[in-house]
Design a protein around this ligand. Structure first.
Ligand code: FAD
Length: 454
């Protein structure tokens, strides 16, 4: 075997702050595997963002990124053999599929006398590290967050593309990075430079107001870093290092949001079944709607035609931008579960199809939090009122008017209750599909069955 190794990129499509490079230097082949098992369910927005990010990474490596297609357990050992590499370097993956895939790849490599070397992960603290005194994982966020902050993390790794001498993949059988898939949404620029520029602009202009502005969907008060974190165009370590230099309430709030991302990754790592099942199994007793009427209601929700303006604005923002503001994600999720009585995983699946930042851990647990079945969940009996939520967080109705053209001429917060307008609901906009007060009571009655089953 030669001194060469392989750097297999997955959710870390960057050259700065890249500890795998330090482990792989001096010379390595840069590899990305187009894995049909992941690309299939990924949705056009995420696939397109990924392909663009790969083009940018390839450029950073001087056009030396090898892209191949197939099952990693078969492809990765074959490429390692072709370059005579003793080791394949990766950032560890803790998701349910990634864990299984990496075990299979490590075994196939070991069978040929090679090693899968895991250095770092997409998180400041790798899932599984933060434990209670008795060794059990945390099930509640606040103590996890405290232990996470006390545990601490390394500073950013000092790397760039020149840390490694990249092997020319010309003789290897690569494929072209696929063309963009047709996607209506305008996506953020998929480059590492754009990720860092976005972060710096947020630090300069918005971070000080973050605590107050983060709940306002009508304002650009959040960082929009989620897609960059998802694909590792920036590592959370870099963000945390910058935040450490700012002592303000808002910097602390932002750190807490990063901690939520880390918490949910930890929870999913401990309980891979929670990607599909209720984390709190007593919620299996909750009766949910099914059949043709339920499917029709679901379609109305997906199309943003529920007749509740804040819900419809959110669902249309999702289609137009492949992203939705966090406050509105909670409102539309609550509406699906507690007003329409549909299973949370219907909504979670729709989100995963459309979101450019769709991330299994944050998405499934964001949904379970709202549904009441997750860790640390918002209590089931707290049913979001889509009207008062709208009036509170979009006080002038500007967010609604931006995404719901039928309501563009409705001034101020009246946009949240168009059925109260003197001339009735404007043409083309639906009447409310349910009576929120009645459905809230229905949700509480259903919840009693969960309590009774405990
Ligand atoms: P900011 O407010 O600027 O937050 C900074 C970063 O902190 C985010 O980029 C994200 O990485 C992290 N973060 C913030 N809030 C949360 C949270 N509640 N849970 C986990 N991490 C958080 N986030 C995703 O990245 N992918 C998803 O698929 C996803 N699905 C969600 C589904 C539901 C039902 C809910 C309620 C939340 C979901 N979130 C998801 C969390 C959150 O809505 C997004 O991270 C956030 O809106 C992204 O925008 P931002 O980067 O501007 O956020």
């Amino acid at each position: 075997m030669s001194d060469a190794s392989v750097v297999w990129f997955r959710r870390d499509l960057r050259v700065r702050d890249q500890p795998t490079f330090l482990a792989a230097a001096p010379s390595a082949l840069g590899l990305f595997v187009l894995d049909p098992a992941l690309l299939g369910p990924s949705g056009a927005a995420r696939s397109t963002f990924l392909f663009r990010a790969l083009r940018s990474l390839d450029e950073s490596l001087g056009g030396r990124l090898l892209v191949v297609e197939g099952d990693p357990a078969e492809v990765v050992p074959r490429i390692a053999e072709a370059v005579g590499a003793g080791a394949v370097h990766v950032a560890a993956d803790y998701g349910p599929y990634g864990t299984r895939r990496d075990e299979a790849v490590a075994k196939a490599l070991a069978d040929a006398g090679r090693e899968l070397v895991r250095t770092g992960s997409p998180y400041a603290v790798a899932p599984g590290r933060i434990r209670k005194g008795d060794g059990d994982p945390y099930r509640v966020f606040t103590p996890f967050r405290r232990a996470w902050a006390e545990h601490g993390w390394r500073g950013p790794a000092d790397t760039d593309a020149s840390t490694v001498e990249w092997i020319d993949p010309a003789d290897l059988d690569g494929v072209a990075i696929p063309d963009d898939e047709p996607v209506d949404a305008e996506l953020p620029e998929a480059t590492e430079d754009a990720a860092l520029a976005r972060w710096r602009a947020f630090l300069d202009d918005d971070v000080n107001d973050y605590s107050a502005a983060r709940d306002r969907p009508d304002k650009p008060g959040t960082s929009r870093m989620s897609v960059y974190l998802k694909y590792g165009l920036v590592h959370p370590r870099t963000l945390l290092a910058d935040l450490a230099r700012r002592r303000s309430e808002s910097a602390e709030t932002y750190r807490t949001e990063i901690a939520w991302r880390e918490f949910y990754a930890d929870v999913l790592h401990q309980r891979p079944d929670s990607a599909r099942e209720n984390y709190d199994r007593s919620f299996d007793a909750l009766p949910t709607a099914s059949g043709a009427a339920a499917r029709r209601a679901f379609e109305q929700w997906c199309d943003g035609r529920t007749g509740f303006p804040i819900v419809d604005a959110g669902m249309r923002q999702l289609r137009e931008e492949a992203w939705m503001h966090n406050r509105v994600r909670m409102i539309v999720a609550s509406f699906l579960v507690k007003d329409l009585h549909l299973p949370w995983w219907w909504g979670a699946r729709h989100f995963m199809r459309l979101l450019v930042d769709g991330d299994l851990a944050s998405n499934q647990h964001g949904w379970q939090w709202t549904a009441g079945s997750g860790t640390d969940a918002s209590p089931y009996f707290r049913v979001f009122n889509p009207i008062t939520q709208g009036e509170k967080f979009d006080p002038d109705g500007a967010y609604v008017r931006r995404y719901v053209p039928e309501l563009r001429d409705v001034a101020g917060k009246a946009a949240h209750q168009p059925w109260t307008l003197p001339d009735g609901v404007p043409d083309g906009y639906p009447e409310p599909m349910v009576d929120h007060k009645a459905e809230r009571l229905e949700a509480l009655a259903r919840f009693d069955l969960v309590k009774a089953a405990r």
